[in-house]
Design a protein around this ligand. Structure first.
Ligand SMILES: Nc1ncnc2c1ncn2[C@@H]1O[C@H](COP(=O)(O)OP(=O)(O)OP(=O)(O)O)[C@@H](O)[C@H]1O
Length: 583
């Protein structure tokens, strides 16, 4: 009932200690039910012609003893199940995190961040909560019901049957209405994800929305989702009531049947007073947990939905990779017959693309906007899965398909500086140590100096320990850029990718960054992606890309002489330098 196998699959473990907890819960349920048997004998004794006080006292003492044992048992069960639940939650989070790490960027593009966020936080929290709060009560309630049903059937099968006569009908009604409620619950979850995404998008785009006077209702996507969520949640609430409501009404109808049966048997004189009293008391004890059970079952619907969403993420294919970890001395990168399309794109971006990036040289990749430059860098960094073809590193017999190595191993050989780089909400030192966890302070200062950040850090009160990012000091675009160059310097990887690293910077910043980059690219294999051709004119090798194809390659002078796309772009940029805005 509790989909333990599914949870075992999600946690990837055997949920240690669960069997002991189940056993203790059943024992506890027995101790919870047994006093009702004692009560019957107390009643019998009380109503007999010769009541025996000592006998009754012993029975009461027996009940008290069971209660004391139960206090101890309940404490152990609660502790055990909490530990198992938290551990399961931790393991599911770890497993999901590990899986997400191995997934191509395409997943994050197709799936809104809000949904991933919801699955990582809310869904797992739901699984953990249901596990820690519902697992033991459900087993306990089921066991109590079984003990009671068995005891009462043995005592007087006619009354037992009467009491449980409506149960099959209640279960049937529950199952029939559950499908309807589930449809709504699932729709509501979808709307909540949409709402989450719309709120995140609203917050992210606040600056743009403000500048275009699109705040509040004017941002219709958020407004539409808010209205839809409000309208539909009422319907969903109504739908969710049906399984619980129909189950409860039909179960309670069993009490009526019992009363009729008891009255009939009493009039027929086929039942004695102690039995009548016993069944009346037991009915209260029997129906209450049964009604609780319907609430538990309703909660289990949410568990199913949460588990399905976690499974959806876990079933997404990860990036294919091999296990080979060769020593890579030659960093020549070769694309051979590479085919690649973005998910959902109408046509492939690269068809049969061949190119080569020589080792220990600076190669520049230029071309019009949208020609595919950044995608080439992303494919080298294994952010995406190729449709077909091969990207290899090395030459001759030492050549290795980068897909044959674990992604992490391959990424150890790369440093990438993007145009916009992420700054973690942490200290400056920790932001740098992302590149090398065990770097000493001396190493940090060395790269800070090379990245032209020394004066900035010296001006900070706490130096390397200054909080930067969201919770601390905010850095300018140029400072962030130099910080990411410092990170790359610290990593000291043999292959460096600079993707528009100097775009949109002022001349002073650009000069500082050029100096920092000179330090970064020393004796490395470098791929520079740049719009501004002046920044790459001295590159050893220039690849000109247009609409996903390499249409020219060579050195700057050679390409100028070709009088083709490169020289066209060069001339346009030279002319652009004399442009100015006039009013
Ligand atoms: N994540 C993505 N999902 C879908 N399509 C994408 C994605 N990234 C880029 N594209 C598309 O692929 C094509 C190549 O994009 P890419 O960013 O590689 O070009 P680029 O040459 O680097 O452009 P720019 O110089 O403007 O940065 C473009 O048509 C772009 O719209």
């Amino acid at each position: 009932m509790l989909r333990i196998n599914t949870l075992k699959r999600l946690t990837g473990t055997s949920l240690d200690g669960l069997n002991r907890t189940v056993f203790l819960t059943v024992v506890d349920a027995f101790f919870a039910s047994a006093p009702y048997g004692f009560l019957y004998y107390i009643l019998l004794d009380m109503l007999s012609d010769t009541p025996n006080l000592q006998h009754q006292f012993m029975l009461v003492l027996g009940c008290a003893g069971m209660m004391i044992v139960r206090v101890y048992l309940v404490r152990i069960i609660h502790l055990d199940i909490s530990l198992i639940g938290f551990d399961a939650g931790k393991k599911i989070r770890q497993q999901l995190g590990e899986h997400l790490r191995k997934m191509p960027m395409g997943f994050f593009q197709r799936t809104d961040f809000g949904s991933v966020n919801n699955t990582l936080l809310k869904d797992i929290d739901m699984i953990e909560r249901i596990f820690t709060h519902l697992y033991a009560p459900i087993i306990a309630t089921t066991s109590v019901l079984c003990f009671f049903a068995l005891g009462l059937l043995l005592k007087d099968w006619r009354m037992g049957v009467a009491m449980m006569s409506t149960l099959p009908l209640a279960c049937l009604a529950y199952l029939l209405t559950r499908a309807y409620a589930r449809k709504w619950q699932s729709h509501m979850q979808y709307l909540m994800h949409q709402l989450n995404d719309a709120v995140m998008e609203y917050m992210d785009g606040l600056k743009e929305l403000k500048s275009y006077r699109m705040m509040g209702k004017a941002f219709s996507r958020l407004d539409d989702v808010l209205t839809a969520t409000q309208q539909q949640s009422l319907k969903a609430e109504k739908a969710a009531v049906w399984p619980v409501y129909s189950f409860n009404v039909l179960v309670e109808a069993g009490l009526m049947v019992l009363l009729v049966a008891l009255t009939w048997a009493w009039l027929e004189q086929t039942i004695a007073l102690p039995e009548v009293l016993l069944f009346l008391i037991a009915a209260v004890r029997f129906f209450r947990p049964l009604l609780n059970m319907s609430m538990f079952l309703a909660e289990l619907n949410y568990l199913d939905l949460a588990v399905n969403r976690v499974n959806d993420v876990l079933d997404q294919p990860t990036l294919q990779h091999g296990d080979s970890q060769p020593k890579l001395d030659d960093m020549t990168i070769t694309f051979k017959g590479v085919n690649f399309s973005y998910p959902g794109a109408q046509q492939p971006l690269f068809e049969n693309l061949d190119l080569s990036i020589p080792s220990n040289k600076v190669t520049a990749l230029v071309g019009p906007s949208g020609s595919g430059k950044s995608t080439i860098a992303s494919l080298i960094a294994r952010f995406w899965q190729l449709d077909s073809g091969e990207i290899s590193v090395g030459t001759g017999t030492g050549k290795v398909d980068i897909a044959n190595m674990p992604v992490e191993y391959w990424l150890q050989h790369l440093s990438i500086v993007f145009q916009s780089n992420y700054i973690f909400n942490d200290t400056l030192a920790n932001n740098l140590r992302v590149a090398k966890a065990d770097a000493s302070d001396e190493e940090l200062w060395r790269v800070i100096e090379l990245a032209k950040l020394k004066n900035l850090v010296l001006d900070m009160d706490l130096g390397l320990d200054t909080e930067i990012g969201a919770g601390g000091m905010h850095l300018s675009g140029g400072e962030k850029q130099r910080l990411s160059i410092a990170r790359a310097l610290l990593k000291d990887a043999p292959f460096v990718i600079l993707d528009e690293a100097t775009a949109s910077l002022d001349p002073e910043n650009e000069r500082d960054i050029q100096i920092a980059m000179q330090a970064l690219v020393q004796e490395k294999t470098v791929l520079v992606i740049a719009h501004k051709l002046t920044t790459i004119q001295y590159a050893d090798h220039i690849l000109v890309l247009d609409k996903g194809k390499i249409i020219e390659q060579g050195e700057h002078c050679q390409l100028l002489n070709n009088q083709s796309l490169y020289s066209e772009l060069w001339n346009l940029q030279q002319q652009a330098q004399s442009w100015h805005l006039a009013v």
